[in-house]
Design a protein around this ligand. Structure first.
Ligand code: SAM
Length: 300
């Protein structure tokens, strides 16, 4: 671990990628009071869908309700996660060396920096999330190559100025050079479209030409009945979720140059370059099963 890395006081449990055992995750004492084990968290539900063990009974119950309404949710989250891998790899090959990844999620290997640094060991990544569970596990995001650097910010994307003003950003990223802004499966948790636009603008404005915007977003357009029920379940569980049609998703990319193949369901974005473990993302996956739009664009 590089001595330059930003450290947090929270500890990490030994996360294993196996399916949840039913045992409750280890909880860091400092983070515990803020964990709210009585209400489901989107990060912990996502972890459950991905087969992680960093979730509580309340998260698993809400996630099971989602799986009843939308039985291919596990395929959907793997399609989303592997889109993040492919987009990161494509941008690293394209010459990007820096990432600001907000809404990182509970660490699940390979994490973004592992994918980027496999192509370019000097890659630098700042991660941010507002969930205390992600903070508690953030040490797993600090496994940078010696040539690169990673840092973690406990921050809320609805306050983008605070994230940009952190020492982690100042010490890890050079904002005079291109940065990939990665907001993967995040903006659907910002229900107000104007606010979501303002966030993207605030984060992109200080970045130079050649920077990238990487987005994925859940939609009800590809499976109206199933996906709409998912929206309802999240909102009832206390997590505001706003699924958006393609036309609204496209507005985030106005003024930017979309990379090929443009806006597509997540599994279609350069599917030829895939590292999805066999069986998790079947070859026959349909757009409706995925119900996530994804795209990558470059700032002029
Ligand atoms: C569905 S997970 C996506 C994880 C990862 N980006 C991926 O696609 O694999 C969404 C993440 O966004 C985080 N999140 C939700 N609202 C947020 C906010 N207002 N600010 C920062 N993070 C947020 C959640 O805690 C969760 O970890």
């Amino acid at each position: 671990m590089s001595t330059d890395e930003i450290r947090v006081t929270a500890t990490e449990s030994e996360a294993e990628p196996e399916v949840a055992s039913g045992a409750e995750p280890e909880v860091d004492e400092a983070a515990a009071p803020h964990l709210r084990q009585d209400i489901p968290h989107s990060a912990r539900m996502y972890d459950y869908f991905l087969g992680g063990k960093d979730n509580f009974a309340v998260d698993r119950e809400a996630a099971e309700r989602v799986l009843t309404a939308f039985p291919t949710m596990r395929i959907a989250v793997h399609a989303n996660r592997t889109f993040m891998h492919r987009a990161t790899r494509a941008l690293a090959r394209h010459g990007l060396r820096q990432w600001l990844d907000i809404g990182t999620g509970i660490p699940t290997s390979p994490n973004l920096h592992e994918v980027a640094q496999a192509v370019e060991p000097r890659a630098r990544v700042v991660y941010a999330d507002n969930d205390p569970v992600v903070l508690a596990h953030s040490r797993a995001l600090m496994t940078s190559t010696p040539q690169g650097r990673t840092a973690y910010v406990h921050g809320d994307v609805r306050d983008p100025a605070s994230i940009l003003a952190t020492p982690q950003v100042a010490q890890t990223l050079d904002l005079t050079q291109p940065v990939a802004l990665s907001l993967v499966a995040l903006l659907h948790f910002v229900p107000d479209l104007d606010e979501a636009h303002a966030i993207v603008k605030h984060l992109l404005d200080p970045l130079p030409a050649g920077s990238a915007l990487v987005l994925s977003h859940a939609t009800a357009e590809l499976d109206p009945s199933g996906a709409s029920k998912v929206e309802e379940i999240y909102n009832q569980a206390g997590t505001s979720l706003r699924l958006r049609p393609r036309a609204e998703f496209a507005t985030f990319f106005e003024g930017l140059d979309l990379l090929d193949p443009g806006i597509v369901p997540a599994h279609r974005w350069h599917r030829d370059d895939t590292d999805a473990p066999a069986g998790l993302l079947p070859a026959t996956v349909t757009d409706a099963q995925v119900s996530f739009y994804a795209a990558v664009a470059i700032k002029r």
